[in-house]
Design a protein around this ligand. Structure first.
Ligand code: PLP
Ligand code: ZN
Length: 435
């Protein structure tokens, strides 16, 4: 038995093919655990698959199959293929943030425009292993787009529970277009997650929110790819936006696995960045200046009513909280919060580099700057920020920022849209005046 499910709290084990999300004995979250074949796993094995043309190793997730689902029969894999996203070296943004060596890993370059595709190839593949006919999720938007696309590829029905307001239009349009059953509900994300779990349990539907541990097996490959792109040299910091904390949890698990397998020589520290209006992890994770060990400041989670312009992370009761705390402990991690103003200004700078991202993703850059200013990140360290979603996901936020019409926010880096009448002379005048 190469893979099984295990409760993170009481360690009770369950077979890999059981439809179960939390421990029957204690309610704890489950991990997918693997008995790794250490003689097979090596940097050279994964390097030999770079640039592969054949499925499944042409995927930036399944390239690491031995680390995510070793015994899986390849016929079950649903891949588009995902991953293989760029790692941008960004010296200008590094200078702005106060570090010498900054990279941005652009997960918005996945097939549906966000990192969720890496999780969804894991989750929908497992749905096929289990023979499930329907899959469902609650979503702030990106999960729905990924679920809808992967369900369509697999020929199974996708069902989405949306909040009936604050969904970025790019994401809603994807879910509808890919053919999922989309339900708008008068409830926020946190309530919708409860509802999707309740309804799915009654109707035998497979839940593909990040409480599903197969999602996290896919998402941990973001770390594998970053480190492989850095020629197997671990950076000092991984900086990631935090909402439901699936990535934080997956990154911790993936990094520890790489370290224990000897594929990296040190563990990077994880910095989770939350939007101020949706920062339950930050509030539970205050460092106590009197105690040297940062982690002793962790409290119980106090859920909050979330509100932020970064709708992707408008989450007040993160389901993966216990796993995220474990990841922070294991990697000597930190948590920071940034305002909507800081998020949108950082986004404008990322966009203006010709890279671009959606609002939530810009937490990474805003967070690096803040952590540098507070002296937690040192100027000489190597930092990798994760951009979680594509610029086109939320055009409304971008345009309103540059028009300076966002509530309670004033654009620090606006690119004003100019107007001209349809004649060359007036356009030339306009351009000359700007020189
Ligand atoms: C663009 C984007 N960034 C960040 C997040 C938060 O990720 P996590 O729930 O893994 O913390 C999400 C989740 O929906 C997202 O869509
Ligand atoms: Zn348990």
């Amino acid at each position: 038995m190469a893979s099984f499910l295990q409760c993170m709290d009481c360690q009770k084990q369950y077979p890999i093919n059981q439809v179960i999300y939390t421990c029957e004995a204690c309610g704890g979250l489950l991990d997918v655990k693997h008995e790794f074949n250490r003689t097979l796993i090596s940097r050279e094995l994964f390097d030999s698959r770079l640039g592969a043309l054949q499925a499944p190793y042409n995927s930036g997730v399944w390239r690491y199959k031995e680390l995510i689902y070793p015994d899986l029969d390849k016929k079950f894999i649903v891949s588009k293929p995902e991953g293989n996203t760029n790692l941008y070296h960004v010296p200008k943004l590094a200078a702005w943030a106060g570090v010498s060596n900054l990279y941005l890993k652009h997960e918005g370059e996945n097939p549906t425009g966000s990192f969720k595709d890496r999780g969804m190839t894991g989750g929908v593949t497992q749905a096929r292993v289990l023979g499930m006919q329907r899959v469902a999720c609650a979503s702030t938007g990106n999960t729905s787009a990924a679920l809808a696309a992967y369900a369509a590829s697999a020929g199974i029905q996708g069902i989405i529970f949306f909040e009936n307001k604050n969904i970025a239009l790019g994401k809603l349009s994807q879910a509808i277009a890919y053919g999922a059953t989309c339900i708008q509900i008068d409830a926020d994300f946190d309530r919708n997650l409860e509802l999707v779990r309740e309804v799915s349990a009654q109707l035998g539907i497979y839940v593909l929110n990040s409480v599903n541990p197969f999602r996290l097996e896919g998402q941990k490959t973001i770390m594998f790819e970053v480190i492989q792109q850095l020629k197997w040299q671990a950076p000092d910091w991984i900086v990631v936006p935090g909402g439901n904390l699936g990535n934080t949890s997956a990154f911790g698990k993936g990094l520890v696995e790489l370290y224990e397998l000897g594929l990296i020589d040190k563990l990077p520290r994880i910095a989770v960045i939350q939007a101020e209006g949706a920062s339950p992890l930050f509030h539970s994770y205050q460092p106590n200046p009197d105690i040297k060990d940062y982690q002793r400041g962790i409290d119980e989670l106090t859920p909050m009513k979330a509100n932020t312009i970064a709708t992707a992370i408008k989450i007040g009761n993160p389901v993966n909280y216990p796993k995220a705390v474990r990841a922070l402990r294991q990697t000597n991690g930190v948590v920071e919060k940034v305002t909507d103003q800081e998020i949108m200004d950082a986004k404008a700078l990322i966009d203006a580099q010709g890279i671009g991202c959606e609002p939530a993703s810009a937490c990474s850059l805003a967070g690096v700057r803040k952590l540098t200013q507070t002296g937690i990140i040192q100027a000489g360290q190597t930092v990798v920020g994760i951009l979680t979603g594509h610029l086109l996901k939320d055009p409304d936020a971008t345009i309103k920022y540059h028009q300076n019409t966002l509530d309670n926010l004033s654009a620090s880096y606006p690119n004003q849209l100019l107007q001209a009448v349809g004649d060359a002379r007036s356009i030339i005048k306009l351009l000359t005046e700007r020189e």
